[in-house]
Design a protein around this ligand. Sequence first.
Ligand SMILES: NC(=O)c1ccc[n+]([C@@H]2O[C@H](COP(=O)([O-])OP(=O)(O)OC[C@H]3O[C@@H](n4cnc5c(N)ncnc54)[C@H](OP(=O)(O)O)[C@@H]3O)[C@@H](O)[C@H]2O)c1
Length: 429
Amino acid sequence: MSQPLRIGVAGLGTVGAGVLQVLDRHAALIAHRCGRPITVTAVSARHKGRDRGIPLAGMTWHDDALSLAADPNVDVVVELIGGADGIAAALVEAALNAGKSVATGNKALIAKHGERLAALAGAKGVALRFEAAVAGGIPVIKALSEGLAANSLSRVYGILNGTCNYILTEMEYTGRAFEDVLAEAQQLGYAEADPSFDVDGIDTAHKLAILTSVAFGTPLDFESIHVEGIRAITPMDIEFAAELGYRIKLIGIATHGEKGLLQRVHPCLVAADKAIASVNGVFNAVVAEGDFVGQTVYQGRGAGAGPTASAVVADLIDIAQGHVHPVLSPPVEGRSAKNLSMDTHEGRYYVRLSVDDQPGVIAEIAAALRDESVSMEELLQRPNGSGQPVSFVMTTHEVVEARMMRALARIAKLPFIAEKPDVIRIETF
Ligand SMILES: NC(=O)c1ccc[n+]([C@@H]2O[C@H](COP(=O)([O-])OP(=O)(O)OC[C@H]3O[C@@H](n4cnc5c(N)ncnc54)[C@H](OP(=O)(O)O)[C@@H]3O)[C@@H](O)[C@H]2O)c1
């Protein structure tokens, strides 16, 4: 058997400890698959004395994670600290500069600096792998970059944040409000103390930026993504959606065609009989559509020690087998990377309005819609208590986003509108 591949692991938290466990428990299997063992020779974390439930004997401890890049007994650096900048970014850059391959689960880092780091890895002839950065245990980066490589992909989308999917699923099953379920998710450890990265859609956008680039060969472009989170979703929306035959999911969607590229993250109404609508709780799903293969669907656990470590170790096995080809390929010639604005999106809409109960309301709303060529499809109304505003929901036929938003802005100013209109896009996957 050949020389072992020597690994230095920075970060021994949920994922780092999981990686050490997988490498230990499946040492023989992994050595067989790679034709050589994978050995952890060095580690780094903040607190040396912390009990992590894993033996660290025989591994060199580095107080400064950056020094893993210069450790002569480390061939490959595994970055599992997190954060788009700071020590994680410095370590990955130093390791690549030192001619060492890197595996990371850090979506924020790849979404922000992936382009530059991939170019550096390419120049040094080493690998930069990040399977764990998108959809945890689902091997979607490999599926897109290798399994579907024969196709021209037109659309990729998915439920990419388990925290949001857990919250929406719980809201649906229990009828509780967003804040209530979020507080419970924080207690259970499914949501961070500062949940904004998750619930405001930023984490989904980081992952979508990476998926887009891998799927279409376009430059990584996080900044152009239209991002909305799930804070505004109410139990009433979920009820109305169910009555109309839909479920509400936070979805990241990228489409690439002749006109250009549109990346968007927002809550969607998805027909209840679609595969993606039944992905519940902390599970993730990704759907990719290619010209020859048609639609492919991937589903699994998007986070947690086991699934994420499974993805990191798969990258290490690839590297041990000598596969250092770039995952973020240079932009494909002739494929437009022009970014389309959200205003150009064409789709159907769900609008919930709360209005004072008086004659002529529907006529004025209908006029605002008519003037922007928005055509109503369905209308649902809830009975109201006397003197209370009336809640009703309408869905529209397909219309350009800019027109829909202009109509809504006008409706919002009508004197009988009791609350800001609530709008959710309907996706026909
Ligand atoms: N958790 C998941 O399910 C999941 C899923 C997909 C991707 N990821 C990504 O994987 C990465 C790690 O996530 P995690 O959940 O494992 O995080 P975590 O549990 O918070 O662990 C972070 C680790 O980094 C160490 N660390 C922090 N600052 C450091 C520094 N300056 N120098 C050296 N080590 C430092 C911490 O040390 P101490 O332990 O000593 O404090 C800890 O061991 C992140 O990029 C995350 O986005 C996580």
